[in-house]
Design a protein around this ligand. Structure first.
Ligand SMILES: Cc1cc2nc3c(=O)[nH]c(=O)nc-3n(C[C@H](O)[C@H](O)[C@H](O)COP(=O)(O)O)c2cc1C
Length: 429
């Protein structure tokens, strides 16, 4: 295992890292000082572009390119840090906010400076009350020291940062639903285009980036675009926070170069499978992602390689299931989540996800009919690509890949009228 010096989590284990004194002692706010003194906003955008930073919120869209979509119309612009982090199996943003909140705040200030933005909203998931308190404390410290507010460090750059708490709904992480929520409306997605960079919060240009993405900006300014571009996968470089969970011996948050092999994550960092059992399935990018199988263990964890395997890197939430796992039950578990979280705006997602839960529960409960598996695939087909936003699509991906790759689990449930995973008693339909 090659050693990799953490970047984003370098000081996360220091119990005082959330305080500004410790952050400053560890080199904090130097990137901001340097940018304000030595670089124009265009320089910072150029650095982020040359670093080839790609958004960690799941789609890996190039950050510098997104920033370039802001119209030059003289209107005020906004930055929203997406701290909703509701994807099952994902806990990277929270670790940054809890342990090193100034890192995010500095990244917000640098991104705002680059995009000539004077107002930042950190939109945080409602349930994250500890992270919220940490951020508020850090912001108060940063304001007191002149890093946030008017005329930052005498540079003439003004920037205010507000933390906005969501009410706790998965859909609030979808960028246009987030904007609705921020405006005080029911969080339902907006039609795109226009994209938020053109028409965002209060109908004004708005950049939306994930917490991990924004945190990377601080280090790009500190150590340079070439340093960042040289880490890990060439087409999506940089450090990546992988959230490892499931049937491994040592689940946890691992910062590694983008493109670390899946096998290395599970068997070296995660110290292998519980009770030395075999891997059956892997969800590589949060519950939204399509299942991979043990045959895919040598894939590298970067967006291009995972897409080539028919899945997505998504949030980097890697959930590992061993040979005792019932895929019908695993699929039911995630589909039930998406059905609960469907915002109800469009019919395919609102109705279809409920249908999927009903049929899956019937199969899992031993009452499945021969035609049910094909029925499920048909329902997936009626939702995927036909929903208003991606929530409907991703609700189907785990299920359709589960049926395609583990059809035997489904057929045995239907023919034997039982769940063969002995350790798991059957659920009532
Ligand atoms: C249903 C749904 C939920 C999402 N949840 C999140 C989330 O919790 N956090 C996040 O950063 N992005 C989330 N996204 C992606 C955002 O819409 C958006 O692409 C992202 O915040 C952009 O940031 P990035 O360019 O830094 O990746 C979600 C997307 C969808 C469709």
């Amino acid at each position: 295992m090659a050693t990799f010096e953490p970047v984003l989590l370098k000081y996360a284990d220091d119990p005082d890292q959330h305080r500004i004194g410790t952050y400053l002692r560890h080199g904090g706010y130097q990137a901001l000082e340097k940018a304000l003194r030595e670089h124009t906003p265009e320089d910072v955008v150029g650095m982020v572009r040359s670093a080839n930073l790609r958004g960690r919120g799941g789609a890996y869209f190039p950050t510098g390119v997104k920033w370039g979509f802001l119209p030059d119309d003289g209107n005020p612009r906004f930055l929203c840090a997406n701290a909703d982090e509701s994807e099952p199996g994902t806990f990277a943003n929270r670790a940054i906010m809890d342990n090193d909140p100034h890192q995010l705040i500095e990244g917000c200030l640098l991104s705002a400076y680059a995009c000539q933005i004077n107002t930042v909203y950190i939109y945080i998931r409602g349930e994250f009350s500890f992270s919220y308190r940490r951020l508020e404390q850090a912001l108060a410290e940063a304001r007191e020291r002149g890093y946030v507010g008017k005329n930052i460090l005498g540079s003439g750059f003004d920037c205010e940062v507000w933390v906005h708490r969501g009410a706790g709904a998965y859909i609030c992480g979808e960028e246009t639903a987030l904007l609705e929520s921020l405006e005080g409306n029911r969080p339902q997605p907006r039609l795109r285009p226009p994209f938020p960079a053109v028409k965002g919060v209060f109908s004004l240009p708005t950049v939306i980036n994930n917490v991990e993405t924004i945190s990377c900006v601080t280090h790009i300014v500190n150590y340079g675009a070439d340093w960042f571009a040289g880490i890990g996968a060439a087409d999506a470089p940089g450090p990546k926070l992988y959230c490892l969970s499931g049937h491994v011996n040592r689940p946890g948050l691992y910062e590694l170069p983008m493109g670390t092999p899946l096998r290395e994550l599970i068997y070296e960092h995660g110290q292998g499978m519980r009770e030395d059992r075999a891997v059956k399935a892997i969800i590589p990018g949060g519950a939204s992602a399509q299942l991979l199988t043990a045959d895919d263990l040598d894939v590298t964890l970067d967006p291009g390689a995972i897409t080539a395997k028919g899945s997505i890197l998504g949030t980097g939430g890697v959930m590992v299931m061993d040979e005792t796992t019932c895929i019908v039950r695993a699929n039911l578990n995630t589909v039930r989540f998406f059905a609960n979280e469907s915002c109800g705006k469009c019919t395919p997602c609102r109705e279809g996800t409920r249908w999927m839960v009903d049929v899956l529960a019937r199969i899992e409960g031993g009452g499945g009919r021969t035609e049910d598996v094909e029925l499920l695939l048909d329902v997936c087909d009626k939702i995927n690509g036909k929903s208003f936003c991606l929530l409907g699509d991703v609700a189907t991906w785990g299920l359709s890949s589960g049926i395609q790759k583990f059809r035997e689990d489904y057929d045995r449930h239907v023919t034997e009228k039982r769940c063969f995973a002995a350790a798991q008693p059957m659920l009532a339909a």
